[in-house]
Design a protein around this ligand. Structure first.
Ligand SMILES: C[S@@+](CC[C@H](N)C(=O)[O-])C[C@H]1O[C@@H](n2cnc3c(N)ncnc32)[C@H](O)[C@@H]1O
Length: 265
């Protein structure tokens, strides 16, 4: 099973600009944490923690005392580490993917994961791995990109000649899931489904800003390409997005998929 290394290396390259380019993810983390049932969440595990958006929100809302953050990207963990002096919680940051994380089972009041689930290689197994780390009565909170996200961009990619790498088109169904699928994974992992929902937003962005986000989250898909070839594809993609944009920018859908589950007490 993949250990998240390739995706993690993509995020290493993006780590420096991540907090500026991915402001929407900070807002998503706040909404995920706001949706957790009231309770004591002293000890939490943040899977795919990146630069720490969800952990920061947990400390802010619940006064969480101890955070364990797991992520395969050394660069993202480094950015998180830089913030730790401002975080009023103890933190242990571990470089690992969800399927191999060396953290104890049955130990956490909450396991949270913000905008990382879509990159997990085996999604039912990932939910199971996170559920196992909960103490009885503990809560799992997941935020991910849902089915339908960036569909307009996929259509732009399909129309480009010469064709973009197949992996760029195949990634959409591989990563995105619906609310029904997430609920099934939680039930299969022995959790009570507290709430699962999708928020579909239509956004507009200037082509450069839109592609800056895509590059920040998906650069691993170009890692194996010859740099000149990657640059040529990049120029055609930019032109495709510019052509598809209207006077108010490139319009695209973003579906945020939320799931909250509880391990039976
Ligand atoms: C878009 S960032 C989200 C970071 C942060 N949770 C947030 O809300 O902003 C996705 C993160 O998932 C991590 N990731 C990718 N594959 C992973 C895996 N298999 N296991 C755990 N984390 C993974 C990446 O390294 C990256 O830091």
């Amino acid at each position: 099973m993949g250990d998240g290394r390739e995706v993690g290396e993509g995020f290493d390259r993006a780590a420096e600009e991540y907090d500026e380019v991915l402001l929407h993810n900070r807002q998503g983390a706040a909404r995920l944490v706001a949706a957790l049932p009231p309770g004591r969440y002293d000890e939490i595990l943040d899977v795919g923690c990146g630069t720490g958006f969800v952990s920061e929100e947990m400390v802010s809302r619940f006064g969480t005392a101890r955070v364990t953050g797991v992520d395969p990207s050394a660069g993202m963990l480094e950015r998180f580490r830089e913030k730790l002096t401002g975080l009023s919680a103890e933190a242990t940051l571990i470089q690992a993917g969800v399927h191999e994380m060396p953290v104890p089972e049955g130990a956490f009041d909450a396991v949270v994961s913000g905008m990382a689930f879509h990159w997990f290689p085996d999604k039912p197994a990932a939910v199971e791995a996170m559920a196992r780390r909960l103490r009885p009565g503990g809560v799992l909170g997941i935020l991910a990109a849902g089915t339908g996200t960036d569909e307009e961009f996929r259509r732009v990619l399909e129309g480009i000649e010469p064709a973009v790498p197949q992996a760029w088109l195949e990634v959409f169904p591989l990563i995105h899931r619906s609310a029904g699928q997430l609920a099934d994974y939680m039930e299969q992992a022995g959790l009570e489904v507290v709430d699962v929902w999708e928020e579909r937003r239509v956004r507009r962005a200037v082509p450069e800003a839109y592609l800056a986000r895509i590059n920040a989250v998906a650069s691993h898909l170009s890692a194996d390409l010859d740099p000149a070839e990657a640059a040529a594809h990049g120029e055609r993609v930019m032109q495709g997005v510019v052509d598809a944009a209207g006077p108010r920018g490139f319009e695209y859908a973003f579906v945020k998929l939320f799931g909250v589950g509880r391990r039976p007490a």
